[in-house]
Design a protein around this ligand. Sequence first.
Ligand code: ZN
Ligand code: FE
Ligand code: FE
Length: 302
Amino acid sequence: MKKKRIQRQGSVQSAIGNPQSEIILGAHMSIGGGVHMAIERARSINCRAMQMFVKNNMQWFARPLTRDEIRAFLEHRQRGELLSIFAHSNYLINLAATNPQFHANSLRALTEEIVRADQLKLPFLVLHPGAHLEAGEEAGLEKIIASIDHVLAGIPKVKTKIALETTAGQGSCLGRTFEQIAFIIGNVREPERLCVCLDTAHVFAAGYDIGSESATRKMFRKFDRVIGLDRLVAIHLNDSKTARGSRVDRHEHIGKGKIGLEAFHFIMRSRRFRKIPKVLETPKGKDLREDVENLKTLRGLL
Ligand code: ZN
Ligand code: FE
Ligand code: FE
């Protein structure tokens, strides 16, 4: 017994002694085989942060999580090793959908996903605000605001927040400017239930300059002025295959795309973002080899 305790203490001390392991860095992980499997995948490559879907991301609806699935996740022996676990919503959801059936599906799917995330005790669910299609930006934003109000009013006791993600502005996707995100937050009935996730590839494709350290600092200053850095709860670390301002969303491996390493260098080293979880959403195979490589590149910037 005594020996065990000493060993434990030793491992805690070595973790504290190694600041690299305290960085809240990781990747998006598949939930194939059950939600608890995402934890195992993340820990198999030493992630300290993880993003996950709460159900198949290409389906509108799924059967509810069972008690056993929830327990397997919440009581997973490695769950505590992840300093931050959060959810990403499915790609079909469009709160600004103009087709009534798609819009109704979007409201229901978002509600169900927030509830699932809450059951798994995840602090927030990342959401792309929506695409206005032919309706125009203002009508789209108004529809998103009304939709968020509707969804949140239906689940008053749920603690999981919605984290609006900055987007590349592809097609008619809203959220490509900080002003659009701020407009949504500023006009919903329960702004305290909203927060923000910044995606480096998206802000770059949307037109923000993050090509140098000073430009990146400036971009964050703008974020702070328009939205407020206190709303920032997560950063997606992706390089971009597409040029700045292209408004085309194609993620690339860190250092292999058009952003370059300076923005990542700044984000990784900034004290301000030390407590903000940072996750990769870069292309990868089942063996997670690419994640390992990208995480190595990012840690190398410290
Ligand atoms: Zn996203
Ligand atoms: Fe993202
Ligand atoms: Fe993206």
